[in-house]
Design a protein around this ligand. Structure first.
Ligand SMILES: *Cc1c(COP(=O)(O)O)cnc(C)c1O
Length: 255
């Protein structure tokens, strides 16, 4: 916090390392410093976490992910108190744009109708995959908030009612080599970016690449990221396929 801090923005769970932030605790710190708190809860979805009830002022969702759910439309939403949202509409919206295309809006509304059953199934499938990966000899660590193996599982239980279908794992050996092997061998799972759609998506995110291209972390922030992510994380958006098929595909591809 600095004297001129107006907004604290967090993402929980954070993409791609599935690290959590304590919304209630950070809301207290932000408000004590007379700043507002905004929470990107895309990965948890509104079914999993209710940041406004925990003290946040704004919630941000990428509608492109679980809410739309099919990976075929782009959209975003900001939720907050009526007066603040009115200010956003008048100010930034004019300068930044904010009109969803009607077809994207229609696809997202249609996808949203099945959000609840999809999230239950994403969670159940992720639970199976997490257990499989945790036992695998080539896997160093698996991070999924629904598992007691996640270092913040206790916090996850406090602020998540659904643990979502996104997990991350790191490899014991060099991550880049395993990534190339997975890209060649996976058949059911797509080796591709994005997350939160019906089909399983897996992608390797090398630590040094993302620190340089996106996060620009230094000092303690960079050290702490490297400690969680090792040389890179495999971000795995567990889809709605039969979990036996997902696990069999991983098994043959990881080898
Ligand atoms: C993908 C993603 C975004 C950005 O969403 P787009 O709709 O792709 O622009 C923001 N936050 C999180 C957590 C995401 O996973």
């Amino acid at each position: 916090m600095r004297p001129n801090t107006k907004l604290v923005h967090i993402e929980t769970p954070a993409n791609p390392i599935i690290r959590l932030s304590d919304i209630a605790a950070i809301a207290e710190i932000a408000h004590a410093g007379r700043a507002e708190l905004s929470v990107d809860a895309t990965i948890s979805t509104p079914l999993g976490t209710k940041p406004l009830a925990l003290g946040a002022d704004y919630v941000v969702h990428s509608l492109t992910k679980y809410i739309g759910g099919h990976g075929d439309a782009l959209g975003g939403a900001v939720i907050g108190r009526r007066e603040q949202i009115a200010t956003l509409r008048k100010g930034s919206l004019i300068h930044l744009g904010g009109s969803l295309s009607p077809f994207a809006a229609w696809l997202i509304l249609r996808g949203m109708e099945t959000l609840a059953p999809r999230m239950m199934m994403h969670e159940a499938n992720a639970r199976r995959v997490e257990a499989f990966l945790a036992d695998h000899s080539k896997v160093r660590s698996v991070l999924w908030p629904g598992s007691p193996r996640h270092p913040q599982h206790e916090l996850a239980q406090r602020q998540m009612r659904n643990f979502s279908g996104l997990l991350a794992f790191t490899a014991k050996e060099e991550g880049g080599a395993l990534a190339r092997q997975l890209a060649e061998r996976l058949r059911v799972i797509s080796y591709a970016v994005s997350l939160g759609k019906t089909k399983s998506l897996l992608f390797y995110i090398p630590t040094e690449d993302i620190l340089q291209s996106s996060f620009h972390l230094e000092g303690e922030g960079a050290r702490s990221y490297r400690e969680w992510a090792a040389d890179g994380v495999f971000r795995f958006s567990v889809g709605l396929e039969d979990p036996d098929d997902i696990i069999a595909d991983l098994e043959q591809a990881v080898g």
